[in-house]
Write a protein that binds this ligand. Structure first.
Ligand code: BT5
Length: 229
């Protein structure tokens, strides 16, 4: 494990020399990254920001399940460490009462074999005035008085466990995701990468981890939960 008092982005650092089974942790990120070139911002000392580099040992067709599985693991870790009720929004946002407490950025890099860089950002000790966006929350705001080390100590083994499960029985992990994903059954707005907006009821998750909305299956997009269907 490498621990950095300050880093641009742990995903970026990990990608410079990706080593399987390593962890890159930053006490603070100065250029934290979200998906699609967005930013992930957290004030110093308040958040857990790290990346795990793993060889998931998956067939190519099961790689799309990885981001979903990681969301289940982070949810498990948060429940264990903080006793909070966490919901998973497709594909891998972790919500408490509809607000985002953690985000995941998964990247595939080619080393001697394909490796996954699993970036995880968890809002731990932020107060309301620290929130980077109004749609965010933190464990502290949710009433959990827990430190970053305890959250890390719960999330890392949960991640190991889900990766083992995914390797041995991907369909069982997908089934668990389907039963836990809070998006299913809701009316959603999906902002697609090409700028298009799709509105409908999310009816399920297909074999490849894509969200099914009406006649469409969506591999990538930003979902807004409108209301329960
Ligand atoms: C994500 O992107 O949710 C992935 C975030 C991954 C962050 C981790 S930290 C460790 C590792 N190293 C990195 O550089 N990144 C990973 P996305 O779904 O695109 O969400 C980004 C959007 O969430 C932003 O555009 C903001 O609207 C919002 N946002 C930014 N910071 C936030 C925060 N701390 N909490 C909640 N929402 C935030």
């Amino acid at each position: 494990m490498s621990l950095h008092p300050e880093a641009t982005s742990t995903n970026e650092l990990a990608a410079l020399d990706p080593v399987a089974d390593s962890l890159v942790v930053a006490d603070h990120q100065t250029a934290g990254r979200g998906r699609l070139d967005r930013t992930w911002e957290t004030p110093p000392g308040t958040a857990l920001t790290f990346s795990a580099v793993v060889d998931p040992g998956l067939a190519d067709h099961d790689w799309p399940l990885l981001p979903l599985a990681v969301a289940l693991a982070v949810a498990d870790g948060l429940r264990t460490a903080a006793g909070v009720s966490v919901a998973v929004k497709w594909p891998n946002d972790l919500l408490i009462e509809g607000a985002k407490v953690a985000g995941i950025l998964l990247e595939r890099v080619q080393a001697d074999r394909p490796l996954a860089i699993i970036g995880i950002g968890i809002n731990v000790g932020l107060d309301v005035e620290d929130l980077p966006v109004p749609t965010a929350t933190s464990l502290r705001i949710a009433g959990a008085d827990v430190d970053r080390t305890a959250v890390f100590a719960a999330v890392v083994p949960a991640l190991g466990a889900i990766l083992t499960a995914l390797r041995s029985e991907p369909s069982a992990v997908l089934e668990r995701y389907r039963s836990e994903c809070d998006t299913i059954g809701r009316e959603v707005e999906v902002h697609l990468p090409d700028g298009e907006l799709l509105v409908g009821t999310a009816s399920g998750i297909d074999r490849h981890g894509r969200l099914v909305v009406g006649e469409s299956t969506i591999g990538a997009g930003d979902v807004v939960h409108v209301r329960p269907a």
